[in-house]
Design a protein around this ligand. Structure first.
Ligand SMILES: C[S@@+](CC[C@H](N)C(=O)[O-])C[C@H]1O[C@@H](n2cnc3c(N)ncnc32)[C@H](O)[C@@H]1O
Length: 526
């Protein structure tokens, strides 16, 4: 792992050296992360394009890096000595073709196959073959992609029907130094300072929860939860939180760009005076957006990315819109995306990485669980397009926007975001409310919530009615009680509730009500 960390620093220090990118790609692959390896091989390919295109935006930087850094012995076999003067343009071009571009295509093709992103694998492998038509590795790879996609010789020339969405490891990467220990006194204090502003009667504490993915029924995991600091009466509004970490897949602006409040019939809506494109529910949201993220997006057409997409991709596209917003916040505030207050402390359902070099040679992911949805399109290409549209140098800022950062952000959003359906019953707006999302779930919740621009919690007047309830609890919440929210529609039968909430919970709900109702339905099935 030390060698890998060294390579990462090397690439961040000298971002234009393509062969270091390829070394880093191989290192990721050897650690069982073919998804991150594919991202790095793609960056090497982009650098090789820059070398060959004199009008490329970063052409001069890459040529300088290639000539000045220690590459001469590799390029000319050490024959011509060291120093930029001894390298001709032809030397550089032929080295780029054979040692960078060809290898980048071969590695990218391999890693995409390993991930199972067969559509991207087919596209890049065929692109490589157009340039290196007799390349045996690429030829063999293309045949194996068609076979794996079940296409034989009768393949789909557009590759549209080839599978692209897959799953990768969802981990706290060992080199990830931004993730806070959420249980220290300082972290809890920082969280409670934030919570105090939107919910003065509540506090965050650590709590043991059943580990729903575990096969051991008594397994627990230490997490955070929200608790009442004082007695709360039915109907009390106890949390009002506005978040700008929002996104929509709707092309024509129907929602406030900042808080996602519906703009229908709203007289106070204002447009950004600079771009006249972004619309806000009022001056307050315009001001907050200007401070928080809009300066990075104003005048770009970045928000047209990933809108009006097919129904099957609606949920993934919404997560991509949240990624776009986090990137814009990071650029506008000059803050690492994983250190944004909206992101830093939220739950990502990450596992601690296991690294046992002896047990894995037959599996590209080293037999580690793969629970994070991944596609090369959404996790690698789209983030690069977003950054390019924001005029961000994708090479020199990589420490901030590396694919592992993107994966970590997606994991956090998938663990915490709320979404609302549009008129077509597809998820259309989504948001992460970093304090609201610290509350845990129960199918007999003691609060109700509503998201209309701001997120609000209030104390339930009536608790859920279900047979088997030991005693009707008096209305209200006592000081010290945990605030229990709901991640699904609690009016549904147990099976459907569990199905709905399992994505957010990471497994079947094991609240008292679910356990009792599940037992009853087993009995009646029996
Ligand atoms: C939105 S977060 C809630 C806050 C989270 N506990 C934290 O530490 O930040 C959702 C995660 O909390 C855990 N969780 C929430 N309610 C739970 C429950 N009733 N039983 C077990 N785990 C629960 C699950 O791991 C779930 O993925």
């Amino acid at each position: 792992m030390d060698a890998h960390r060294g390579l990462l620093s090397q690439v961040h220090f000298a971002p234009y050296v393509p062969i270091w990118r390829l070394e880093l790609a191989k290192s990721y692959a050897s650690l069982g992360y073919p998804d991150l390896a594919a991202g790095e091989a793609y960056m090497a390919l982009l650098l090789s394009d820059e070398i060959q295109d004199e009008s490329g935006e970063y052409h001069d930087e890459v040529i300088e890096a290639v000539t000045l850094l220690h590459l001469l012995p590799t390029i000319n076999g050490g024959q011509k000595g060291f120093g930029p003067d001894s390298l001709s343009e032809d030397d550089i071009l032929s080295w780029t073709l054979n040692s960078v571009e060809k290898v980048s295509y071969e590695l990218l093709s391999r890693y995409l196959i390993d991930c199972g992103c067969l559509r991207s694998a087919a596209e890049f492998t065929s692109r490589g073959l157009r340039k290196f038509s007799t390349n045996a590795v690429l030829t063999q790879n293309l045949a194996s992609i068609h076979k794996r996609a079940g296409k034989g010789c009768d393949f789909d020339p557009t590759f549209e029907s080839y599978p692209e969405r897959t799953f990768v490891r969802r981990e706290l990467y060992p080199w990830h130094s931004f993730e806070p220990d959420r249980f220290t006194t300082e972290s809890l204090q920082a969280l409670n300072d934030q919570l105090g502003k939107v919910a003065p009667k509540l506090e965050v504490k650590s709590v043991e929860l059943p580990e729903l993915r575990s096969e051991r029924p008594d397994a627990t995991s230490r997490q955070l939860g929200v608790f009442a600091k004082e007695d709360l009466s039915p109907g009390d509004i106890i949390l009002v939180e506005k978040s700008l970490l929002t996104g929509t897949t709707r092309l024509h602006d129907s929602y406030c760009d900042a808080c996602s409040l519906s703009l229908t019939g709203l007289g106070s809506a204002v447009s950004c005076p600079e771009c006249m494109v972004a619309v806000f529910c009022g001056q307050d949201c315009l001001d907050l957006a200007t401070e928080s993220y809009h300066t990075a997006l104003c005048g770009t057409d970045v928000s047209s990315l990933q809108r009006n997409i097919p129904a099957t991709e609606a949920a993934d596209a919404l997560y991509s819109q949240l990624l776009l917003r986090a990137f814009a916040m990071s650029v506008a505030q000059d803050c690492h995306p994983l250190e944004l207050p909206e992101v830093k402390y939220i739950w990502g359902d990450h596992k601690l990485a296991q690294h046992d070099p002896t047990t894995h040679s037959d599996d590209p992911f080293h037999h580690q669980p793969r629970t994070l949805p991944f596609s090369f399109q959404n996790n690698v290409l789209l983030p690069i397009h977003i950054l390019e549209k924001m005029d961000v140098n994708i090479f020199s800022t990589q420490a901030r926007f590396d694919p592992w950062v993107t994966n970590t952000l997606y994991a956090k959003f998938r663990g915490t975001a709320s979404a609302k359906l549009g008129p077509t019953a597809l998820p259309e707006i989504g948001a992460v409310h970093p304090l609201w999302c610290l509350t845990n779930h129960s199918c007999d919740p003691n609060v109700a919530w509503e998201w209309e621009g701001t997120m609000r919690f209030w104390v339930r007047e009536n608790r859920a009615l279900w047979d088997g309830k030991k005693s009707a609890k008096p209305p209200g919440i006592r000081a010290g009680d945990e605030i229990l929210s709901h991640y699904c529609d609690i009016r549904l039968p147990v099976k459907e509730r569990r199905e709905w909430a399992s994505g957010a919970l990471g497994g079947d709900c094991a609240c008292e009500r679910c356990l009792w109702e599940d037992k009853q339905s087993d009995k009646s099935d029996g």
